[in-house]
Design a protein around this ligand. Structure first.
Ligand SMILES: [Zn+2]
Length: 252
């Protein structure tokens, strides 16, 4: 059993960075909840805890104490950057070695590859959550809330979902997580070589009230609108999406 502790940055009276009508504490929570859901629903042999699952004030010590007493295998702190700039970067504690560096490389490379943000590089910092955790830890800074182009991406739930999915794929590689053997019926709306085209379609679906997210599979950016155990539910969703003017097909 791999124990992953997810730490959505800030919360409650601590908003984190605020700009462009966005609050860091809300974005980090959304990404963390998406990540928890993906890990629990798609992988076997994994146990997940969060430092908070609501808009709640939690001190830094409370966060690291919770992970330490649970004896987590890995600590993932999720943040949004501020201060001018653009893109994604990750942090580990200065001077750490494997497996912390190996885990970080797996997550960083996956996020940099599949999320539509510039790669600002792999960095070190003496942050509380990296220093006071007794297990390997990473802190990710996912875009700049005070840079308009990043903020406009962070406004979209499908973009936050793509960040969560990239964290999950990185964790899968780092810990050799095994996918659940389920035969889900998936509703696919499009597949593109260019990620921007997939994002555009996902945003258009979201604006029409559908859930949609982009995932990289077999070299194509696929826009998926849902996955069901029941084929009938998948067919019904595909029919609604067709009524809304898009192509959709169901596959296993
Ligand atoms: Zn932060």
């Amino acid at each position: 059993m791999v124990k992953i502790f997810i730490d959505p940055g800030h919360g409650g009276t601590d908003s984190g960075a605020v700009a462009n009508g966005l609050f860091e504490k809300n974005l980090t929570l959304q990404i963390a909840l998406f990540l928890r859901d993906i890990l629990i629903s798609e992988y076997d042999g994994i146990s997940v805890r969060l430092s908070r699952s609501t808009d709640q004030t939690v001190t830094l010590s409370e966060r690291t104490n919770a992970a330490n007493s649970w004896k987590a295998d890995y600590f993932v702190s999720i943040h949004i950057n501020a201060g001018g700039g653009t893109g994604f970067e990750s942090y580990v504690y200065p001077g750490v070695s494997a497996p912390t560096t190996t885990y970080r490389n797996a997550l960083h490379d996956e996020i940099a590859r599949s999320v539509d943000l510039t790669d600002r590089g792999k960095k070190n910092a003496n942050f509380h959550v990296l220093r006071e955790t007794s297990m390997s830890a990473i802190l990710t800074e996912n875009g700049f809330i005070d840079t308009t182009s990043d903020a406009n991406k962070l406004r979209n739930a499908s973009f936050l979902q793509s960040i969560a999915r990239a964290h999950a794929s990185g964790l899968e590689k780092a810990f050799q997580l095994k996918k659940k053997a389920t035969n889900l019926y998936k509703v696919q709306v499009g597949a593109f070589k260019v990620k921007a085209n997939a994002d555009e379609l996902a945003n258009s679906l979201t604006s029409k009230g559908f859930d949609a997210f982009v995932l990289l599979e077999g070299g194509l950016f696929r826009v998926q609108a849902g996955a069901f155990r029941s084929k009938q539910n998948a067919d019904e969703l595909a029919a609604k999406i067709k009524q809304a003017g898009h192509d959709a097909f169901v596959f296993q």
